[in-house]
Design a protein around this ligand. Structure first.
Ligand code: A3P
Length: 315
């Protein structure tokens, strides 16, 4: 564990080059590690995270598949846990001037960019997010009493959201890749962060087995009854609302309409070059209809039925 970072990076590169790999959509190669397909960059971050991250009992970790409501969940939980330090009514809330991704660090992304990053410097309680599967979480996350909030989204909406995100990020690289091929790869699980369904199921069962450790929420329920779900999250992470306290201000501040209209989310860029407006597209449920043909939607539905059959999960 005390090995210099340069040595670890060499070791990591050797490991990555020995893994099964595929030509991917969006990036030239994706690599299979512990059952999931990753970009090389994020895989480096995951390996460093597994080696170095030490969870604390007070940590709150937000977990999602990409494009499943990460930005929204980050804003909501940041606003929740800081509501006394940063009252929403004060008018100078950090979310008004900072993109949510800069307020809540993305663990494998930070470790990729700065392998020596010291997470112990984060303010208490530490709030972070990751896309790491349950199986691949750092040991200390599983063994500590830290809290995991998992947010899942309808796979068709998630795919469509990622499809448009990728096109915006890399218009040239994705231009010649037909959506039919992308859906096929998605259904086979050989797609960035795939297989989608296995990720969801791992956290779904973890939440059933250990409801004090893992809270399972969905983008759809968050949309339908935001206040109820936000109160449920607050209760779970130990900062429940009193009868008098209002949750509506936080919900309003973090709404798609509010966040997407802020200058910082219309114009800004993250340090990795991604434009902040790429995280705000439509913010709807069922929006897949304008991108997926009936047969492509059916292909995803069939996979969902096969994978989720018997689990109690439905979309
Ligand atoms: P769409 O592409 O369907 O619009 P992530 O944050 O995990 O990257 O997911 C991005 C998706 O969440 C995008 O979906 C985006 O528009 C939506 N989103 C971002 N902020 C949101 C908010 N405050 N409320 C609801 N949806 C939001």
């Amino acid at each position: 564990d005390d090995a210099p970072t340069s040595f670890l990076l060499g070791e990591t590169r050797d490991l990555i080059s020995s893994l099964p790999s595929e030509k991917g959509w969006l990036v030239s190669q994706i690599y299979q590690f512990q059952g999931r397909w990753h970009t090389e960059a994020l895989l480096q971050g995951i390996l460093t995270c597994q080696k170095h991250f030490k969870a604390k009992d007070s940590d709150i970790i937000l977990v999602t598949n990409p494009k499943s409501g990460t930005t929204w969940l980050k804003s909501l939980v940041f606003a929740l846990i800081n509501r006394h330090k940063f009252p929403v009514s004060s008018g100078d809330h950090p979310l008004l001037v900072t993109n949510p991704h800069l307020l809540v660090p993305f663990m494998e992304g930070v470790y990729y960019e700065s392998p020596d990053f010291d997470f112990s410097l984060l303010p208490f309680p530490r709030l972070m997010n990751t896309h790491i599967s349950h199986l691949s979480l750092p040991e200390s996350v599983k063994s500590s009493s830290c809290k995991i909030v998992y947010c899942c989204r309808n796979p068709k909406d998630m795919f469509v959201s990622l499809w448009h995100f990728g096109k915006k990020l890399a218009p040239q690289e994705t231009a010649d890749y037909p959506i039919e091929k992308a859906v096929e790869a998605f259904c086979q699980g050989k797609f960035i962060a795939g297989p989608f369904w296995d990720h969801v199921l791992e956290y779904w069962y973890a939440s059933l087995e250990n409801p004090n450790k893992v809270l399972f929420v969905t983008y759809e329920e968050l949309k339908k009854q935001t206040e109820v779900e936000v109160k449920r999250i607050a209760e779970f992470i130990g900062c429940g609302f009193t009868a008098e306290e209002e949750v509506s201000e936080i919900v309003k501040l973090c709404s798609f309409e509010s966040l997407s209209s802020l200058e910082v989310n219309k114009q800004g860029k993250l340090p990795n070059g991604i434009e902040t407006n790429a995280f705000f597209r439509k913010g709807e449920t069922g929006g897949w209809r304008d991108t997926l043909s009936e047969s492509l939607a059916d292909a995803i539905d069939r996979t969902t039925e096969e994978k989720f059959g018997g689990s109690g999960l439905k979309f």
